[in-house]
Design a protein around this ligand. Structure first.
Ligand code: NAD
Length: 337
């Protein structure tokens, strides 16, 4: 299928070119985002392929449909960046990659925990400067710590399994109890209990209108002093200003985030020669007990290969049958809200 890829980096082009040897779609890679300014580039392409920070509103979807696009292939699991109602109205199909490597994201959450706890980020700099003092690098044993998992789906369950391996006590919050989590000894609790009992809280639920600012000032007030908060899910789950206040008061003892509310203006680009205008983000970076990574939790070679293979298989399936198992239906989106 003639497909235009937007917002591509070298690693996308490499993984898709490799996977396309089998699928043989006619593809073109654009580095630019799909936006109001660039949507005309998609004219004549039956399919467009986009990433999480390409936002498709009604006007752009109309232009795509007018240009002959039939299919929008998301290189992501999440679909909150596309107006599904408008796409459905215009007869545009949306397909996605429901799971590519839950291990990648779960393992990155654990990397943030270990780094924050044992202050690896600070130790790395100290030793390179010849400073071998261990003052200020005191950590705690993960063994015996209570870990609260919010969202116990694919990623949350794998994260829980890893933390179980450290000898942590597991508590979870989710409308659906995952049998794998129950088997590994997780106790499901109300969210207020999870906030109150956890030494470490890790977020693994999707961003929906219900979960927006799930961690706000009220939630932080219920936490133990010095709680570690980890977010590898979506930035909007945390009220960033409330987290900053929590860090200043000591309520939050450690913050590890791979996602940020306003990340669309920052992440995935090299801004090292620019003055960052987002003062809230810059304030976060001043804390010694905060680690921010730029939405890289998914970024393993396994995940990239899976994303490329599933995306191209989705396009092939749609081309051959006019439908796809990984199609996002409007009813599904409403159900997840
Ligand atoms: P999943 O659908 O398997 O699991 C999500 C779980 O969250 C489900 O069990 C669901 O019942 C639960 N849930 C929904 N709303 C909730 C709420 N308000 N409170 C508590 N639980 C709730 O999804 P997954 O594959 O485990 O992915 C989880 C999230 O990870 C995704 O939504 C995405 O935002 C994020 N993610 C991040 C990256 C990254 O690179 N940082 C990559 C992939 C996915």
């Amino acid at each position: 299928m003639k497909t235009a890829f937007f917002n591509t980096k070298s690693y996308d082009r490499q993984s898709f070119n490799t996977a396309n040897k089998q699928h043989q779609h006619e593809i073109i890679f654009f580095e630019c985002h799909l936006s109001h300014e660039t949507v005309s580039l998609a004219a004549g392409y039956s399919a467009v392929c986009i990433f999480i920070n390409d936002y498709l509103d009604t006007e752009m979807l109309e232009k795509l449909a007018q240009g002959g696009t039939k299919l929008i292939a998301l290189r992501s699991a999440g679909f909150n960046h596309v107006d599904l109602a408008a796409a459905s109205h215009l007869g545009l199909a949306i397909v996605r990659v429901p799971a590519y490597s839950p291990y990648a994201v779960a393992e990155h959450a654990v990397a943030l925990i270990l780094s924050l706890n044992r202050k690896v980020h600070r130790a790395y700099n100290r030793v390179r400067e010849g400073n071998f003092s261990i003052e200020g690098l005191l950590g705690f044993d993960l063994h015996g710590a209570t870990v609260g998992v919010i969202g116990t789906g694919r990623i949350g369950a794998i994260f829980a399994q890893i933390m179980r391996g450290f000898g942590c006590k597991l508590i979870g919050y989710d409308a659906y109890q995952n049998s794998a989590c129950l088997e590994m000894g997780m106790t499901y609790v109300q969210i207020s209990e999870l906030f109150a009992q956890s030494d470490i809280i890790s977020l693994h639920c999707p961003l929906t209108p219900d979960s927006h600012h799930l961690v706000n000032a009220e939630a932080i007030a219920q936490m133990k002093t010095g709680t570690m908060l980890i977010n590898t899910s979506r930035g909007g789950l945390i009220d960033t200003q409330a987290a900053i206040d929590g860090l200043k008061s000591g309520a939050i003892g450690y913050l590890g985030i791979d996602v940020y509310e306003q990340e669309a203006d920052l992440f995935f680009e090299d801004l090292s020669n620019e003055v960052i205008q987002d003062d809230t983000f810059q304030r976060l970076l001043t804390f010694p007990n905060v680690i921010v990574t730029g939405h890289q939790a998914f970024f393993t070679s396994h995940a990239l290969a899976n994303i490329a293979e599933t995306t191209l298989a989705n396009i092939t399936e749609f081309e051959q049958s006019g439908s796809c198992l990984n199609e996002v239906k409007i009813e599904q989106a409403i159900a997840s809200k």
